[in-house]
Design a protein around this ligand. Structure first.
Ligand code: UD1
Ligand code: UDP
Length: 358
């Protein structure tokens, strides 16, 4: 059986990292990188840290408008798929690379397996939500991370036999990188354990100028009380620089960091504020309280069980939610002590299931 795996962005590289070596071992396996992320610290650093092999095809598509980027990827992916003629295409998550991979495979009648299927934020204004829905509806195997995802797929009429509840591959990736820890960035960055907040912002809707300005105004205020560490996604960095958005000097702005360093910063933080999907999972894995800078999330069950908290992006709400956590240590402890049902070995389960389709 021949499999082509397609990836293109930071979270796809990280979440597919535990699966790629397993597929290499069992199948004839071709790896395509669309080039959606291309800067060293958004891309190659993860291959190095996670010991991933080189991709067989690098499509170098780069940045652009959604349609231009997705369209270019489709044209390039089609060439590779016609050349390689695989039995299956694997895609992960909800990015434009995921969408381009799935649609192109579907047009060529190649079977598709979707890792992290069934997640829904129910917010169709997010490009990721449309990508998830479209990819799920052209996939032949749907690897769901949790019961909610299974329910979402069933509610949309996806055949039960195609859905497999396997868990989150982010658990495997995260545990593996923790084995490789050998860092002491706390001293280098002049940070004290559990005495800083980690912050990430990169969503399209949160990096619109007025929205970003409002979020940063709130964080500037918060940073008068506690240090904030802010690894800047390159989208966010560009918008801050282009618009001269003022950031308090109590906020430590750093370039995007590697996975090892990020997990280290997360593990040692007091709590994290983020709009990232992957970081919500990781905060639950590492029992770090997480305030979500969004009005909705595809990891809703973590919110429902009190493990993470939806805060939105409004100045007042951000300030009051953060103050609440800083003033009431017991609330932080309560969030830490809730156990999320995140289990390891999703990656092995995925590969075992793929073997049954041979
Ligand atoms: C993409 C995904 C998003 C995911 C995120 C992970 C889509 C629609 N969005 O968003 O779901 O959460 O990746 O990080 O697929 N840039 C660089 N170097 C890079 C990559 C990006 O400078 O290596 C800058 C460019 O200015 C680019 C901008 O970031 O225009 C946005 O990049 P893009 O890949 O379009 O979207 P992300 O915000 O990264
Ligand atoms: N991450 C990283 N360095 C950073 C910020 C994030 O390695 O500076 C990792 C993080 O641990 C998680 C993934 O990148 O595994 C999340 O990616 P991102 O937030 O860009 O995308 P999303 O998960 O929201 O799609």
């Amino acid at each position: 059986m021949k499999i082509v795996t397609i990836l293109g962005t930071r979270p796809e590289i990280i979440k597919l990292s535990p699966i790629i070596p397993l597929i290499d071992k069992e199948f004839d396996h071709i790896l395509i990188h669309t080039g959606q992320h291309y800067s060293y610290n958004m891309d190659k650093i993860f291959f190095e840290e996670l010991g991933l092999r080189n991709c067989d095809y690098s499509l170098n598509v780069g940045s652009g408008t959604h349609s231009m980027q997705t369209g270019k990827m489709m044209i390039e992916i089609e060439n590779v798929l016609l050349n390689e003629n695989p039995d299956w295409v694997i895609v992960q998550g909800d990015t434009n690379s995921t969408l381009a991979g799935a649609i192109t495979a579907s047009k060529l009648n190649i079977k598709i397996a979707h890792v992290e299927a069934g997640c829904r934020s129910f917010d169709k204004k997010m490009p990721e939500e449309i990508n998830r829905i479209l990819v799920d509806h052209c996939s032949d195997i749907l690897f769901a991370p949790d019961e909610n995802a299974v329910k979402n797929l069933a509610a949309e009429g996806i055949q039960k036999e195609a859905i497999h509840l396997v868990g989150n591959t982010s658990v495997d990736a995260c545990l593996r990188i923790m084995d490789l820890f050998n860092l002491n960035r706390l001293t280098e960055l002049n940070l004290e354990k559990e005495n800083y907040i980690l912050l990430t912002i990169h969503r399209q809707e949160n990096t619109e100028y007025n929205k970003l300005k409002e979020i940063i105004k709130a964080v500037n205020q918060i940073s008068n009380r506690i240090k904030v560490v802010f690894p800047l996604h390159l989208r966010t960095k560009k918008i801050i620089e282009d618009n001269n958005i003022e950031i308090s000097e109590n906020i430590l702005q750093i370039d995007p960091v590697g996975y090892k360093e990020f997990i280290w910063l997360l593990k040692n933080s007091k709590f994290v504020m983020t709009d990232s999907g992957g970081i919500q999972e990781e905060s639950a894995i590492l029992n770090v309280p997480c305030l979500i800078l969004r009005d909705n999330t595809e990891w809703e069950y973590l919110v429902n069980m009190g493990k993470t908290q939806l805060v939105g992006t409004n100045y007042k709400n951000i300030i009051s939610s953060v103050s609440d956590l800083l003033n009431n240590n017991w609330k932080l402890e309560k969030m830490k002590n809730i156990k999320a049902p995140l289990k390891k070995n999703a990656s092995k389960k995925i590969v075992n299931i793929l073997m049954q389709y041979q």
